[in-house]
Design a protein around this ligand. Structure first.
Ligand code: NI
Length: 259
């Protein structure tokens, strides 16, 4: 059994064949999917999917690309969504200085604000940090998420990883782990403690090898787990089981949330 801990299946790229995508996931042993919000509408769709499909759970939050369009109303609505059953995390939130689609001051402000909202909601955070690790670190050091969090699609150095692990964060691996030019990732994958990692697709983005170039989907998370197993010298089953257990630990999958 594999858990795809980060996907965006509410994306319109799946509107024609979501049923088939879900079936292929099931056939590949991917029996749990955390669908992650990136703005208010996507968060609402994620919660709806979590209530419609037994393998789906939801995270709610606003991606740094989209924080420019937020208002108090957005935060109020997200706060009430966060209370729904099957909502496991606040995310994805963070900083993206690669594309800079929202002004940086607004990104910083919304990142801190959403850490505080996650704390108040009793949820861990899912963090997106691209070309911004130094500033992301500064923010999470000053505003430690009370219920923990994960740096998703981690691609930074082992030095940064060590600091994040010391702060209690988890690291999540996605398709780039399978790319031949994955610079720091082999080292991070080998050294991350066995109780602090898990795997994801970030579908429809970051499609792993050998499917690179196609639309990504949860079934392909097997390739990420396989590569992780290879780096760590364990079996795919062991990597998948450890990843599942670690995700349950961070996302505190209690009986109530399993409803
Ligand atoms: Ni994402």
């Amino acid at each position: 059994m594999i858990w795809d801990t980060h996907a965006h299946l509410d994306d319109k790229k799946y509107s024609d064949d979501l049923g088939e995508v879900r079936q292929r996931a099931k056939d590949a042993g991917v029996t749990r999917i955390l669908n992650v919000g990136y703005d208010l509408a996507a968060s609402e769709r994620s919660v709806k999917m979590a209530h419609s499909y037994p393998e789906f759970y939801a995270a709610v939050g606003v991606h740094p690309h989209d924080v420019k369009a937020t208002s108090q109303k957005t935060w109020d609505r997200l706060q009430s969504l966060a209370k729904e059953d099957r909502v496991l995390a606040w995310g994805e939130i963070g900083l993206d200085f690669y594309r800079d689609l929202s002004p940086r001051p607004k990104q910083r402000e919304a990142f801190i604000q959403q850490i505080e909202l996650a704390d108040a909601a009793g949820l861990p955070v899912i963090i997106h940090s691209r070309d911004a690790d130094e500033e992301s670190l500064k923010i999470v050091k000053a505003h430690r998420p009370q219920h923990g969090g994960v740096f998703h699609c981690y691609s930074g150095s082992w030095e940064t990883a060590k600091i994040l692990l010391d702060l209690g964060f988890y690291l999540s691996f996605a398709g780039p782990l399978t790319y031949r030019n994955a610079r720091h990732l082999p080292e991070v994958a080998q050294k991350v403690p066995l109780d602090r990692y898990f795997v994801e697709t970030d579908a429809p983005y970051l499609t792993p090898e050998p499917h690179r170039g196609k639309r990504n989907e949860p079934a392909f998370v097997r390739e990420v787990a396989k590569k992780l197993a290879e780096f760590r010298g364990i079996t795919l089953e062991e990597a998948a089981a450890q990843s599942w257990k670690n995700a349950e630990c961070l996302f505190r999958l209690t009986q109530q949330k399993l409803r």
